[in-house]
Design a protein around this ligand. Structure first.
Ligand code: NCD
Ligand code: ZN
Length: 397
């Protein structure tokens, strides 16, 4: 039994003081006051457990960068209770045997819900479709993130299976020749939307960052196509003028101020339905190389909530409802998981954000193995104090 005292929950965009009683894995009572000893959360914002559909946890294969244990602990620190882990691993989960290795690690090490993406193509090489016929019984989630598709006949074949089995596909859209240029993203986006339309399948686009991409997605949505996309905190809150060191290097890269504004616009008008971090840890050794030599990727799972809270909610640009939608409800709807609403009878998956105090994010506090954050030294509100996953405390400051 856990009793949370003096928390506040969001009711119609207003924070209202409530005590919350958790028994087993369930929220059993929410009331103005519940008698008894408990954890005093001191006015903290009790928020539905956050969900990130795009993280890289690097295991199996790249455990120097991150493991399921460190990645899931960092996620719990960030307020997340569910994350989806990308398949650019070694071995790539493109068949049951390979996926089983990752599943075993998740079973042993994860402190929150970690759901694996299998790859769409064998080895993420775009030459042959993964063993989706058998993988489908183990995971609904498919991506070739980190690489993207280059053979559209193979993609069509994969999309047919994804449609047939009612699975979820998330695409890293990148033209193999234009690469990191804005057109490298939006040309691939336009092509892939056309393929999704032809096959008639729900198609999700990862980390969108250009106006032309958002326009193509808007258009498709208007036409009634089931095209969705996510945006990242870094594309929302940084642009190319902010680049200081390799911890500002990722793919897609930080773009112009105009594209940054278009990213926020796409989130606010609903073109993008959720925020995903693309948490991509690398070792300090890798990231201390020269800017053009070091790998793409930044961590993000520990700073997503405070960034979005401070820069969008505290400023009045967005509401608490929007915050909960982008960070929890919408990603869960997208992947068809039950919502983590703070309601009696619901599973106790929640976090408690300290929205009254400013905190300077420091390298020392980072739980991820990767220390590659562009937000170190940033002063933010809304850092998470406590995470409960299925009734268990998985993070407490
Ligand atoms: C990702 C990684 O490191 O796995 N890096 C990144 O900058 N996003 C791969 C990717 O999605 O490009
Ligand atoms: Zn990607």
């Amino acid at each position: 039994m856990i009793l949370l005292k003096n928390g506040r929950i969001n009711l119609n965009n207003k924070l209202v003081k409530k005590d919350i009683l958790i028994e087993g894995d369930t929220i059993v009572k929410i009331a103005d006051e519940i008698k008894g000893d408990g954890i005093d959360v001191k006015g903290g914002y009790i928020c539905p457990g956050l969900t990130d559909i795009h993280v890289h946890f690097r295991a199996p294969g790249f455990e120097k960068k991150e493991t399921i244990k460190t990645g899931s602990m960092a996620s719990a620190k960030g307020g997340f209770t569910t994350v989806l882990a990308m398949p650019n691993l070694n071995p790539v989960p493109d068949c049951l045997e390979n996926l089983a290795i990752e599943e075993e690690l998740i079973k042993k090490e994860a402190v929150i819900e970690v759901l694996p993406y299998a790859s769409v193509t064998v080895g993420e090489k775009s030459t042959k479709v993964s063993d989706i016929d058998n993988l489908k019984d183990h995971t609904r989630f498919y991506s070739d993130d980190g690489v993207g598709f280059s053979d559209y006949e193979v993609l069509d074949e994969a999309l047919e299976k994804i449609k047939k089995y009612d699975l979820f596909v998330a695409s890293h859209a990148e033209d193999k020749i234009l690469r990191y240029a804005p057109a490298g993203e939006y040309e691939a986006v336009r092509r892939e939307i056309a393929h999704a339309k032809k096959i008639g399948v729900h198609y999700h686009l990862c980390h969108m960052s250009t106006k032309e991409s958002f326009d193509a997605i808007r258009e498709a949505q208007k036409e009634g196509l089931d095209i969705t996309c996510e945006v990242t905190p870094h594309h929302l809150f940084l642009n190319e003028n902010d680049i200081k060191n390799p911890n500002f290097k990722m793919n897609p890269p930080l773009r112009s101020k105009e594209y940054q504004q278009e990213t926020l616009k796409a989130l606010l008008d609903g073109t993008a339905c959720c925020i995903a971090t693309d948490h991509a840890p690398h070792t300090e050794e890798e990231k201390s190389q020269a800017y053009d030599k070091c790998p793409n990727g930044i961590i993000g799972i520990e700073t997503s909530a405070p960034l979005v809270y401070t820069k969008l909610v505290k400023t009045g640009i967005a509401t608490l409802d929007q915050f909960e939608d982008w960070m929890s409800n919408n990603p869960r709807r997208l992947i068809r998981l039950p919502l983590n609403s703070i309601k009696e009878g619901n599973k106790a998956n929640l976090c408690v954000l300290d929205i009254d105090h400013e905190h300077i994010y420091s390298k020392e506090e980072i739980l991820s193995k990767g220390k590659n954050s562009p937000f170190i030294g940033e002063s933010l509100y809304g850092f998470n104090m406590l995470t409960i996953y299925l009734g268990n405390i998985v993070y407490q400051k």
